[in-house]
Write a protein that binds this ligand. Structure first.
Ligand code: NI
Length: 402
């Protein structure tokens, strides 16, 4: 069927039913990917797998913006906007502890964040939309993005390769084990934080543990630094502004009777507000400088900027909220709060209004409630159906054909 006139709305319902029928295929793709996880910047097999599926679908312009990313352009042949749909494809350096038939076949690598699901959902969407080009106008551009899990991230690289040139809107999603399966979370405005990292070395003066007065003990000083850093959030930031400062590494010493020369501290700083993102490290350094100098030590302090915060376009979020409500019912939407996690989807949002959605994938009764990045992380695979339904409805409506 080819027609230039807008297709009637019942076609959208038919395509959504077809999306549902595609669920077994999407699950099969996800399990195939799950068994062969590849970590950030090493997704060679994964990219080949994606490219093969896309080639079988046919009638797409397929390219490889970087060594391990894949782009597919589906042109409707009718003028209209360009909608980018992003799926991240990388796994994590975690050894899987799930006892499932499709568990990771690679020691020390695991799809522990659900990116295998994102990839499978996007492949399902390409399959459907390629069959129903007549319902679309403009172009759907699929971005299979490598290296979401490792700063500086793959998104920035893809943007530099021009994948966002001419794109009017960008959408993406994340399966979410903390949210019940079947539900969808859409947050207008700031949704995910900027995840910056810091490193601090306290330089004291080592010596015999029995002669502490002859040393400058970096462990005792470091303990005070860790305690005092809690004041950054508790006493220097407006309680209504979300900020996290977590010390996650404290490495020092080699023996019970030796005071070491140095102590190494590292951790993460999470912010939404650009002004706070700039001032929190300065406050931290002031505290570190004060405590170390008070006890005769010195320090080094370095902050490595991570991804920008994910900020969802309010107008596009409102539109997607309406689409979800109209298509699946208001009950599908969950009142979700922003998360202090980070995501390099934000790199695409620098180039076009974008919305990053959360797709419920948890199921407490079935024991599927481990957090992301846990060796026993799992998703309820019905979330793949929800994700595909959501993207299908969004695409059909945003490209204005229904
Ligand atoms: Ni993730």
């Amino acid at each position: 069927m080819t027609t230039a006139v807008p297709a009637p709305a019942h076609d959208a319902a038919a395509v959504l039913l077809e999306a549902h029928q595609l669920a077994p295929q999407v699950i099969a793709w996800r399990r195939a990917l799950h068994q062969r996880p590849e970590v950030a910047f090493h997704e060679h097999e994964t990219a080949r797998f994606i490219q093969q599926v896309l080639e079988q679908i046919g009638n797409l312009e397929i390219s490889r913006p970087t060594a391990t990313s894949v782009m597919a352009r589906l042109r409707s042949g009718r003028p209209g906007p360009v909608l980018a749909v992003r799926a991240d494809i990388d796994a994590l350096p975690i050894h899987e502890e799930n006892d499932i038939e499709y568990r990771s076949q690679t020691d020390g690598a695991m799809h522990a964040c659900g990116h295998d699901g994102h990839t499978a959902i996007a492949l399902g969407l390409v399959t459907l939309l390629a069959r129903h080009r007549e319902l679309l106008r403009g172009e759907v551009r699929f971005l299979f993005q490598h290296a979401e899990e490792l700063s500086p991230g793959g998104a920035e690289e893809m943007v530099r390769q021009g994948v966002m040139d001419g794109v009017d809107q960008v959408i993406g999603l994340h399966v979410w084990s903390a949210m019940p399966v079947g539900r969808i979370g859409l947050i207008a405005g700031p949704a995910m934080a900027a995840p910056d990292t810091f490193e601090c070395t306290i330089i004291g003066k080592g010596g015999h543990a029995a002669i502490p007065h002859g040393t400058v003990d970096p462990i005792a000083i470091g303990a005070q630094v860790v305690s005092a850093l809690q004041h950054v959030v508790a006493r220097t930031v407006d309680p209504l502004d979300p900020v996290v400062v977590s010390v996650t590494q404290f490495i020092a010493g080699t023996a019970f009777n030796v005071i070491p020369n140095t102590a190494y501290l590292a951790g993460t700083i999470r912010t939404f507000d650009p002004a706070l993102r700039a001032t929190v490290p300065a406050t931290m350094e002031r505290i570190i400088a004060g405590i170390t100098s008070a006890f005769g030590a010195t320090y080094t302090f370095h902050v490595e900027p991570g991804y920008r915060p994910v900020v969802n376009d309010p107008a596009l979020t409102a539109k997607l909220t309406e689409i979800v409500t109209r298509t699946f019912g208001a009950d599908t939407l969950i009142d979700m709060r922003p998360t202090m996690g980070g995501e390099d989807f934000s790199a695409f949002q620098q180039r076009a209004p974008g919305v990053f959605a959360f797709i419920g994938a948890g199921n407490v009764e079935a024991g599927i409630d481990f957090p992301h990045h846990h060796p026993r992380f799992q998703i309820d695979e019905r979330s793949l159906d929800t994700g595909l339904q959501y993207l299908t409805a969004a695409t059909l409506h945003l490209l204005g054909a229904v």
